[in-house]
Design a protein around this ligand. Structure first.
Ligand SMILES: NC(=O)c1ccc[n+]([C@@H]2O[C@H](COP(=O)([O-])OP(=O)(O)OC[C@H]3O[C@@H](n4cnc5c(N)ncnc54)[C@H](O)[C@@H]3O)[C@@H](O)[C@H]2O)c1
Length: 338
């Protein structure tokens, strides 16, 4: 039985709690046994964020709740710590758990800087515990489908791609008003990062990047990034500055030499060829968090290599995010990726 503790019980943790519950209900030997948060009010209430507003299911009750992480780690004999803390705390939290040889899942972004990510990877190499970063979009069925097409070369080379993610301003950002200066508070490091990660996971590291944004990186709400590959380019659009009534949208369109594949905002994927189009009914967007947790739990229980989401790969995303910020701060300057 894999014993799990969640560290940080804010908005996103509710989806993690439901994932462990569902896995346990389906007979997987895993159990969420403990929670830790500095604010005890958060143990049994749900904080709504955009993505967690999709269900009214009650939260799984967890009896062993701690406000002190050292106490939780000492008493609970955990196999996995699931870190849902604010990003600026990720590095120290991950290193603390790995130093005790406990496996760690940490929410995205991996950490605030490239250097912090490298420290985390070094700690993972020294530990008997494994580290995985929660990039949920890598676990969508539509992502797996697109990656299989790219890897097989079935429809020829990539020509161009467009990835878009749009939403109203998140509630926590409205609350912060203009008082935010941390770059994790801007759209680039938060929402845009999902597609930067997706594009590098699917198509690899680009030769160069350029980006334009609507304002200072620490609080910009609107950004467009272009990834340049050999004879191909991919544009990535992120904007969370829309009015509150504007519905969340995430969609992509990829043009290959012999076909175009389109994923609409419901996650439905359609393949367009000169002879006609085919909608792939079986492809849909799942929550992502359930699938990422299921994947990691299976790796921990059954062994095997993390092919989808190793930390060395998520570090590359943080490096690309740095390049996006640098380009946007310099009016769209081209950044050559080494
Ligand atoms: N995968 C996704 O799509 C997605 C979506 C939202 C958030 N996230 C990520 O998840 C992380 C958490 O985001 P959130 O929206 O849940 O934040 P949040 O602010 O709602 O929750 C953070 C929780 O951590 C607690 N906390 C803060 N400092 C602590 C400490 N020292 N010890 C114990 N508890 C502490 C807070 O009390 C709060 O309950 C961030 O890294 C964020 O980027 C990912």
């Amino acid at each position: 039985m894999l014993r799990v503790g969640i560290w940080g019980c804010g908005g996103i943790s509710a989806q993690h709690r439901r994932a462990y519950q569902k896995l346990e209900e389906t007979g997987v030997p895993v159990k969420l046994v403990a929670l830790c948060d500095i604010n005890p009010e958060n143990f049994n209430r749900e904080i709504k964020i955009n993505t967690s507003s999709i269900t009214d299911e009650p939260l799984i009750r967890v009896d062993n709740c701690y406000t002190d992480i050292d106490e939780m780690l000492e008493k609970e004999n955990l196999d996995l710590v699931d870190i849902c803390l604010p990003t600026f705390l990720h590095k120290d939290a991950v290193i603390k758990a790995l130093a005790k040889d406990i496996n760690v899942l940490v929410e995205k972004p991996m950490a605030s800087t490239e250097e912090e990510c490298e420290e985390m990877i070094a700690a993972a190499h020294k530990s008997k515990g494994q580290l995985m970063v929660g990039h949920l979009v890598r676990f969508y069925e539509s992502t797996a489908y697109l990656k299989s097409i790219v890897d097989s070369g079935k429809y020829g080379k990539l020509v161009a791609g467009d990835f878009t993610r749009l939403s109203a301003l998140p509630a926590w950002r409205i609350k912060k008003g203009k008082e935010y200066t941390n770059r994790a508070d801007g759209v680039i490091f938060d929402m845009h990062l999902h597609d930067i990660d997706l594009v590098q996971y699917i198509f690899g590291i680009p030769k160069q990047i350029s980006a334009v944004s609507s304002g200072k990186i620490s609080y910009c709400d609107s950004v467009t990034t272009t990834f340049v590959y050999d004879d191909a380019f991919v544009t990535v659009r992120g904007d969370w500055g829309y009015p509150q009534s504007f519905p969340f949208k995430a969609l992509w369109r990829v043009k290959f030499e012999e076909a175009t594949i389109y994923c609409d905002q419901t996650g439905k994927v359609t393949l367009y060829e000169d002879e006609g189009s085919t909608t792939l009914d079986q492809i849909h967007v799942n929550g992502g968090i359930y699938e990422e947790i299921e994947y990691f739990v299976n790796l921990l229980l059954n062994g095997g290599k993390n092919e989808i989401n190793p930390p060395e790969s998520t570090l590359e995303t943080i490096k690309l995010i740095d390049a996006v910020g640098k380009s946007a701060e310099n009016g769209g300057m081209t950044i050559v990726i080494e």
